[in-house]
Design a protein. Sequence first.
Length: 244
Amino acid sequence: MKPVHVSIVSGKGGVGKSTVSANLAVSLSRLGKKVGLIDADIYGFSIPSMMEVRMEPETVQERLQPIEKFGVKLMSSGFLRLDNQPVVMRGPMLGRVLKTFLHTVDWGELDYLLFDLPPGTGDIPLDLHDLVKDMREIVVTTPHETASEVAFRAGAMTARTGNEILGVVENMSYIQCGCCDKPLYPFGENGGKQLAESLRSRVLAQFPIERPGQEAPALGIYHEDSLIGRQYRELADDVIRLTS
C-alpha cells in the first residue's frame, strides 16, 4: 500500500514551515504511524539541525538507507554535506536529487511520507507535482497580511494541479503574556483565517511563539507534554482523520 503523501509549503521563508514539518512527522510517529520525511529544501535544508542529526546515510545494494530519529525516517541533502557548505546546483539537477530521494532511498513500509518544501512556487514544487500525483498539502503562514498574501500563491498552485489542500497552519500566532496570561499578537490577527477562506479550506492549527526549551528532545522538536507538543498531536490527529 502506498503511503499518504503530504507536502508542507509556504509562500515565503521564515514562517516556520520546517518546524511544522518536523514536529508533525514526530507527532504522527508518536501516534503509531510509520513516517518518512524528505527535506526537499535542497538549498536551505534545516531538518538535520532541528532534529540534531549529523551523519551520512549508508548505501546497501545501491539503495540509500534513511536515517531514523524519533521514529521518523529522514532524508536530506544536509546529510550529504556535513560541513554545512552550500549546495550549488542549477534547476534541472534539483529535480534529480528529489527523484533520488523518492525512488532510490529504501523507505520500506510507510503510512505517511512528508515533504518539507522550499518556499515559493519554483522548480522543486513543480518537479514534485510531476513526480507525485496524489499529493495533499498543508500551507503554513504567519498572521501577518503579507505572509498570508504570499502563501496564497503556493496554495493556489496546488489547486491548479488538482491536488488537495488539507488546510492552513498559522504559525507565530501569539505570545502568552506572563503577567496577565492574555495572548498578545505581535504579527496581527486572522492571517491564517483569511488565507484559509481564500483557498476555500480550513485552519488546522494556530501555534504560539515559543522555543522548545531545554527539556525538548531536540533543538526544533517540542516535548510531547508541552503546550505546543499537545497542539501538534491534535494536528496529527486531524491529518490522520482527513486522509483516512
